[in-house]
Design a protein around this ligand. Structure first.
Ligand SMILES: [Zn+2]
Length: 584
């Protein structure tokens, strides 16, 4: 099926768009090839999934494929909360889960509009609205409303579809496929008219307004604005170094000073976060470097999300894990725990429902989280488990149900950088770093598995995952090593800068060397060295961790290489060989 779809891809009119579309993973097949099949209302649900602690929402579609176990549960009205039960068990074959444009698209009057419309969830007043917004090349098309919630909370919220819209399944040559359509069977003109009539005459601006309110600007010399009133307790404060704005260009400029920078939001406004520190002096240092590069960097005090940023030299007694839980299982409780610890999720301990807020090998980290939860009025407890035998079955992360590695078992955690709304670096010919990263990561995983190693990904799809959850996924899975995959960028005016850089912070040095030399052996990438750097995922993981910058999307040579599938696979396979060399 794959090869057939690939052939169809080349036949369709993709050549007209950019190179990045031509190499993009989603396979676009011309619309006429597909049919649609209805799905019973009670077998499928559209959900707004909170991302980044409810700062924005992603469309998640859950489908009940078999009746073996319930995939979700609904509670309440205004809004209706969806409890995604599928996250608590291995749902393959039982539930379907679509969370990006590979999994769902818009179909109107028998025509696939996936290349013309993107599905998004927007907050409009006190509703979460499911909209189809026209792709960048379709400026003439109006935005469509497809459904909305009856309220907003930081939880999984049910989206009720507007009249005329249903969820259907893609059919090809009589075979049903996994792809879900948001379907309307009326002509597009009628749909547009109906959608326009439903929208308020003066719609509220979307969350990321094009003219953002200015962030509090510190008087020079005192780089510490205090948005809101965060706790003054120094133990609970991080110093976040940001540059207001959210463009790919800005991000790439910040990246050239601090390679780990990424896009996020502060007080609802787009910013590039260059760093986050416990120590104010380090934040000042970074801010100064950014200012010297002509960037308007600021420091914002924020309540700590997790763990000290300086790695705790851990001498954990190999077997003991400290699990921080809050007894109970309601969506409300989960949402309260989430507001303290965004990665929290529902699970069971000794047969009882709990919200697990964290799981650590170091007791001080567990204590710290317990205190933060107790300060928020939650009945947090620490459960000490030995190995994985006594811990809850596989304690899945909400994003990646990777069963934790047993003691002595090797698990390689692969971390494809960026994703979703965070494209990472944007390079020549529209190359998107996030697409390169996930491609190499997937190939790396399959190569390692073919060679008998267990490997897992921190994200398997094109979704935005914050940095701490990536660390959490690796820690929960008890990974042996952590390998983050990125592509580098400097500036489009520097095509001569090309080459491989491999980073470590503390324990990853030998792993970095093994990977670096393997990639140099099997590719013609230039050698830009093994380097030490303070990337978040390197500082905060407890296992040997490296970050591989697999080439420059802005470099002439490297960008050309990235455009070749075979060359990307070669890089991935060489990383795999390096990992195996290290583990032997
Ligand atoms: Zn990156």
């Amino acid at each position: 099926m794959k090869s057939l779809l690939r052939q169809l891809t080349t036949l369709s009119a993709i050549a007209a768009t950019t190179c990045s579309a031509a190499i993009a993973l989603p396979l676009q097949v011309s619309a006429a090839q597909f049919g649609q099949q209805p799905i019973a209302d009670d077998r499928i649900v559209a959900v707004a999934e909170p991302v980044n602690n409810g700062r924005f929402y992603n469309l998640l579609i859950i489908e009940q494929l078999s009746s073996a176990r319930r995939c979700w549960q609904e509670q309440g009205n205004n809004p209706t909360i969806v409890n995604p039960l599928l996250l608590t068990f291995d749902f393959s074959g039982i539930c379907g889960r679509s969370s990006d444009s590979n999994g769902y698209s818009v179909r109107v009057n028998g025509e696939d509009l996936g290349s013309r419309y993107r599905l998004r969830v927007e907050q409009q007043g006190d509703s979460l609205v499911l909209v189809a917004s026209p792709s960048p090349l379709q400026r003439g098309l109006p935005k469509l409303e497809l459904g909305r919630s009856t309220g907003v909370v930081n939880d999984f919220v049910k989206l009720e579809l507007d009249a005329g819209w249903t969820l259907t399944r893609r059919v090809f040559n009589g075979q049903t496929l996994g792809h879900i359509y948001l379907t309307n069977n009326q002509p597009l003109d009628t749909v547009i008219a109906a959608s326009g009539a439903r929208q308020p005459t003066s719609p509220r601006p979307p969350i990321s307004s094009p003219t953002p309110r200015p962030l509090p600007t510190p008087p020079s010399g005192n780089p510490l604005p205090r948005p809101g009133s965060p706790p003054r307790n120094n133990d609970n404060i991080d110093y976040q170094v940001i540059v207001p704005g959210g463009s790919a260009l800005l991000r790439s400029r910040v990246n050239s000073v601090e390679p780990g920078a990424f896009r996020t939001t502060v007080n609802g406004q787009s910013v590039i976060q260059a760093g986050r520190f416990r120590e104010q002096s380090r934040a000042n240092e970074l801010r100064q470097r950014l200012v010297q590069a002509g960037l308007s960097a600021q420091i914002v005090e924020v309540a700590q999300v997790n763990s000290p940023t300086t790695p705790t030299p851990s001498t954990p007694s190999a077997n003991v894990i400290y699990q921080v839980i809050v007894p109970g299982g309601s969506a409300l409780l989960r949402s309260r725990v989430n507001s303290v610890e965004p990665g929290a999720f529902r699970t069971t301990v000794n047969g009882q429902s709990v919200i697990q807020a964290g799981r650590f090998r170091e007791q001080p980290r567990a204590n710290q989280l317990q205190t933060r939860l107790q300060n928020a009025g939650l009945d947090a407890r620490i459960v000490q488990t030995t190995g994985t035998a006594a811990s809850p079955p596989s304690s899945p992360s909400p994003r990646l149900p990777t069963p934790a590695a047993r003691q002595g078992e090797v698990l390689i955690m692969i971390d494809p950088g960026h994703g979703g709304r965070d494209p990472g670096a944007v390079g020549r010919n529209g190359l998107l770093e996030k697409e390169i990263n996930i491609f190499i990561a997937r190939r790396l995983q399959s190569t390692l598995e073919q060679r008998g190693y267990r490997a897992a990904l921190t994200r398997t799809q094109d979704v935005e995952v914050d940095l701490q959850p990536r660390v959490d996924i690796a820690e929960r899975a008890n990974a042996t090593i952590f390998v983050s995959i990125h592509a580098n960028a400097i500036s489009l005016s520097r095509p001569e800068v090309n080459g491989l850089e491999t980073y470590y912070f503390s324990t990853g040095r030998n792993l970095a060397r093994a990977i670096h030399s393997s990639v140099l052996r099997s590719t013609d990438l230039r050698d830009r060295g093994v380097r030490q750097a303070r990337f978040y995922v390197l500082r905060n993981t407890s296992m040997p961790a490296v970050l591989v910058e697999t080439g420059f999307v802005t470099g002439r040579e490297d960008a050309t290489r990235f455009q070749s599938t075979a060359a990307r696979e070669q890089i991935a396979d060489a990383i795999a060989q390096g990992i195996i060399d290290y583990l032997r």
